[in-house]
Design a protein around this ligand. Sequence first.
Ligand code: NAD
Ligand code: MG
Length: 394
Amino acid sequence: ARAAASHEASSEPPVPVHVPLRAHPYDILVGRGVLAQAGALLAPLLPQRRGMIVTDETVAALHLPTLQAALAAAGIECGTVVVPPGEATKSLRGFGTVTDALLAAGVERRCSVIALGGGVVGDLAGFAAASVLRGLPFVQIPTTLLSQVDSSVGGKTGINTVHGKNLLGAFHQPIAVLVDTAVLDTLPPRELRAGYAEIIKAGLIGDAALFEWCLHNGAAIVGADTAAGMQTTAALQAEAIRRACRFKADVVADDERETASNGGRALLNLGHTFAHALEAELLFDGRLLHGEAVAIGLGLALRLSAELGHCSPALAGQVVQHLEQLGMHARISTLSVSLGTALSAARLAAHMQRDKKLRDGRIGFVLLRQVADAFTSHDVDAETVQRLLVDEGC
Ligand code: NAD
Ligand code: MG
């Protein structure tokens, strides 16, 4: 009932954030009530009025009927594949489920795959869209804050294998991204905070005004500011999404396939070398969400930057304190306490040695000189990293 009510609430014309890719530019349409307008918004963009919705069980129960009704009203005929929620679905098996369903439905080259869900659904459905008949049109309708600001933008799709995360995949750009801020009303606060980590990350990498804005508005965005009304929170969330998407769209447009030798898309990995090691160590068992790992990763990347003399220790402290005030862990020591498990520096370092960002066997880090001045480095020696992890409570 909560979901239905929020969809009926005032819908407004969506504000487009343009993604200026040379070969296939597209818009991210952000607004409240966009899901209920999906038929009208997509009808002019789809090559054929046929599609297949891919979603997970949780999102299907909350938001699928709204999307189905909107598409039907515009004469867009759609089947649906519903997969179980969770990271485990982003697997070869999940990929088989989705591609089999698409093929069983007799899709043609012009039939669109429409992802309705978080990053798991977006990455899985996107990779299926990239693969079936060597490429179907693809639409993203992200429903978590993380997917609205990060995973639905930029065209990276993929699945996990026993060898690690996101190791099979393809670049496959969507023809449109529809972001309905109303779906965040049903998102658990923990997922909201996880998405916030990627927003403040964007500010740290390359948008000082966004970073400052986050320091002031972060609490309201994640629903931790009890003084902010629901309307304020919703408006701030919409603004945060637009600003983070604007930032990522520009980075992606300059370096669509992450081939820039300096900077470019690689900078989006601020905090992620540490985050991926933490996720690998905790076996993706749900104890740590990706965005939660990123928050700790940001804390570590800033401390490493300070340790190496690139940025001030005060900046590192400021970011850690801000994230902690919003109810997030930003340090390994407090994470260990809350998990009731000590983390091993040696094991985390070993995970980093298997990272996708290795170059000639050396670990890649994104470091910061100051806010909005990030750079990539493959010159950090393993001992410094190990020492930092031990200092941080490993
Ligand atoms: P997720 O897709 O697992 O969603 C989190 C949980 O929230 C799920 O249980 C889901 O069912 C539920 N949910 C989704 N929307 C909801 C809503 N509106 N209301 C209530 N519940 C809802 O996780 P995520 O954080 O969205 O995405 C994480 C994934 O994204 C990871 O696999 C990560 O690798 C990937 N990712 C990809 C990129 C990229 O560029 N492709 C970037 C960042 C992350
Ligand atoms: Mg990320």
